[in-house]
Ligand binder design. Structure first.
Ligand code: GLV
Ligand code: MN
Ligand code: MN
Length: 415
């Protein structure tokens, strides 16, 4: 297609985008249809290598920073003075779906391809970014790569975060050869855009094609350790028990009641481990994680306080010791209003229905919002399923999201 001046207009190649998504989805694939590509593992290295190869095929200037964040730069007519960044992540949770994160990075690549194939050099540079450890499964906090990139955590602190096996981020980066040398913020874009599947049910339920994301809710992660006393399951009277397992279960019930009573707070115990872990022994120890979220900062703080009170009460009643370590605390984030308006206009111009929404999931965009104007575009997730191999978005919706992204980029970058 031409814009009337004889110049071809950049277009998204949906076929290549879908092919790239399918190719990445095979890395770390399991027989049950999911994939596990925890950050900075061998599987992550393979995915990174392919991404870098695709970036080089588009003649992007590939840079890697000290945290393993990967940037593919298509230099603009201004010689790289200013840039717009499109990004997300290619690490996954355990048994993940194919789109979470990968869709955003690969759509960024599709936008770069659109410029290259049209022979069009944008007025300012276009940067495609893949950030390290967005998911936060192996290392906490989540979104560590983008947090470090914007200077939200000192570099040495970020590199010395350890996984459960004692390996640091710095060691894991060296092992897979992605310990680059660019310093945090070596490049400061003027805008950051992230395209992502919604991962929740709203767009699919309301049959709306595009989510204009106005912000991200707050996140609070904890590791709770309960120490009781191991004893015989068949001989210890209930009133003589110091049962770490029972105490952990009561926290789980408390959190569900808290979520129901507030209506906005979400609470999840996603991991739990009992010791000694035998059918006929009262647990002497329970260690579990708590994920609390709320779009309102005050309500999130209240949920944290209520949890702390409940832990103290339970410790007294069951005669156990309870300690809670705060792993992550990110306040809710509001995205740039002008960019959200632009996304809404572009969707309308393409005849796509849209709605404003707040993201339930965490995203690199919430870190980039500390550095520059940032916004996100969502497309529907069928049944609202994500962090699950059944995560699905139709090709029509994947293409529509990438086209909206391209149109916003064309408006912002100029030529
Ligand atoms: C990232 O997927 C999150 O936990 O929100
Ligand atoms: Mn994601
Ligand atoms: Mn995720």
């Amino acid at each position: 297609m031409s814009d009337g001046t004889g110049k071809p207009r950049p277009e998204i190649r949906g076929d290549i985008l879908f092919d790239h998504i399918r190719t990445l989805a095979l890395i770390g694939a399991d027989p049950l249809g999911g994939r596990t590509r925890l950050t900075l593992t061998e599987e992550d290295r393979k995915a990174r290598d392919i991404l870098v190869k695709w970036m080089k095929e588009l003649d992007l200037d590939v840079r890697v920073d000290r945290f393993g964040n990967i940037f593919g730069i298509l230099e603009g007519k201004d010689g790289g003075k200013d840039s717009l960044m499109i990004g997300s992540h290619i690490d996954t949770v355990i048994h993940a779906g194919p789109y979470d994160g990968c869709y955003g990075v690969l759509s960024g690549l599709a936008v770069a391809r659109a410029f290259r194939e049209a022979g069009c050099i944008p007025g300012r540079s276009l940067v495609v970014a893949a950030f390290t450890n967005e998911e936060g499964v192996r290392f906490q906090p989540d979104m560590l790569g983008s947090l470090a990139f914007v200077g939200g955590i000192p570099a040495d602190e970020a590199l010395s975060v350890k996984d459960d096996g004692g390996t640091t981020v710095g060691e894991a980066l060296s092992r897979i050869g992605y310990n680059g040398n660019e310093e945090p913020g070596f490049l400061i874009p003027s805008e950051y855009l992230e395209l992502h599947v919604e991962q929740g049910p709203r767009l699919d339920t309301e049959k709306i094609r595009i989510g204009v994301v106005e912000g991200v809710q707050g996140i609070s992660w904890w590791r709770v350790s309960i120490t009781g006393k191991a004893n015989h399951a068949g001989t210890t009277p209930t009133n003589m028990r110091h049962d770490a397992g029972y105490a952990a279960a009561s926290v789980s019930v408390f959190l569900r009641d808290l979520a129901v009573s507030t209506g906005t707070t979400l609470a999840t115990i996603g991991t739990i481990n009992f010791e000694p872990g035998a059918v006929n022994v009262i647990p002497s120890r329970a260690v579990f994680t708590v994920d609390l979220r709320d779009p309102d900062c005050t309500r999130l703080t209240e949920a944290e306080e209520k949890l702390a009170e409940f832990l103290q009460k339970t410790a007294g009643e069951e005669g156990v010791r309870i300690s809670a370590e705060h792993l992550v605390r990110f306040d809710p984030v509001v995205f740039d209003r002008g960019l959200a308006d632009e996304i809404e206009k572009v969707a309308a111009a393409r005849g796509l229905s849209s709605m404003r929404m707040v993201s339930g999931a965490g995203h690199d965009a919430q870190m980039m919002a500390r550095m520059c104007r940032a916004a996100m575009i969502f497309v529907p997730s069928v049944g609202g399923i994500s962090h699950n191999p059944d995560e699905h978005t139709s090709e029509d919706d994947l293409a529509a999201g990438a086209e909206v992204l391209l149109d916003v980029v064309l408006k912002l970058l100029g030529d």
